[in-house]
Design a protein around this ligand. Structure first.
Ligand code: ADP
Length: 268
């Protein structure tokens, strides 16, 4: 595999990542052992940003796959394509990652069907290999290869959960929304607004998070707070920014909207 092929997946600039606890040290140790890692936490709390940061820090290419329920094993592993010269094998992202020694990040893996998820099993134990059954090839994972998955424990139902036989192949790091001071620091930095405005946005979010399970599936994520901040940085009044970026995306229920709008009005 050519170097250029590997190079295109390298992260050139340091991603902004605000360390929350000792996740960097723990991940580095897990990577050193090539342990598969599961990042658990709600959407928009910094899991993807963390993987980008770690890939940059470790100088490893990063291949990210957004999982969904229509995804098949072939989408991960690869397939034969028809072209003018006949059939040609094309590696899927998991195979590319195993060959070039990338960190392969399967985002929201629980969305994929279980028969898709099992293709990662031989890569996550001592075998560290990937059988390409259709092609009749056994790919030995490059020594630098590592698999990372994200998983939102709030979402899964009995129908949609990872099998124990999948879960128990990973070390897991818990991610949740950072404490108020750190979250405000992130929002101010990412959104380009003053710290006291960021503090207020975080207060609104914390109110919404208390409503989780009481009419809301999820509270406002750090990602949405960054969106609100970005609108404010473009000159949108805080209330309008908060409605567009924080309240409207979260719920269609008129009563819940009123409740959240009232929370916004308390702080802005
Ligand atoms: P997830 O993968 O958990 O859904 P992301 O990693 O995409 O969420 O995070 C959403 C956004 O929140 C990021 O784009 C970033 O702006 C911000 N963010 C969240 N946590 C952090 C953090 N610890 N350091 C820097 N940015 C963060």
């Amino acid at each position: 595999m050519s170097e250029t092929h590997r190079d295109q997946y390298l992260i050139r600039e340091e991603p902004y990542y605000r360390t929350v606890e000792d996740e960097v040290r723990l991940y580095e140790a897990a990577y050193a052992a090539r342990m598969p890692v599961m990042l658990k936490g709600p959407t928009g709390c910094g899991k993807s940003r963390f993987v980008e940061y770690m890939a940059w820090r470790l100088e490893r290419p990063l291949i990210t796959v957004a999982c969904n329920e229509d995804m098949t094993a072939s989408d991960l592993v690869g397939r034969f394509l028809l072209d003018a010269d006949g059939t040609r094998w094309q590696d899927g992202p998991l195979t590319v990652a195993a060959r070039i020694g990338a960190i392969c990040y399967l985002d929201e893996v629980v969305e994929a069907r279980q028969d898709t998820t099992v293709v990662i099993h031989p890569l996550t134990d001592h075998r560290r290999c990937l059988p390409l059954e259709k092609k009749g090839e056994l790919v030995e994972a490059h020594p630098d290869f590592q698999i990372v998955i994200s998983y939102n424990p709030g979402y899964q139902s009995l129908m949609k959960d990872l099998k124990q036989s999948t879960k128990q192949r990973f070390g897991a790091l818990d991610f949740s929304y950072p404490g108020a001071a750190i979250e405000a620091e992130i929002v101010a930095h990412e959104g380009g607004i003053e710290r006291d405005q960021a503090d207020r946005l975080v207060q609104v979010a914390q109110r919404s998070r208390n409503l989780k399970g009481h009419g809301l599936d999820e509270g406002m994520s750090t990602r949405l707070l960054v969106y609100a901040a970005q609108l404010m940085a473009k000159g949108i009044e805080p209330r309008a920014a908060a409605q567009m970026a924080l309240v409207r995306p979260l719920t269609d229920d008129p009563d819940m909207r009123d409740t959240l709008d009232a929370a916004v009005d308390t702080y802005f």
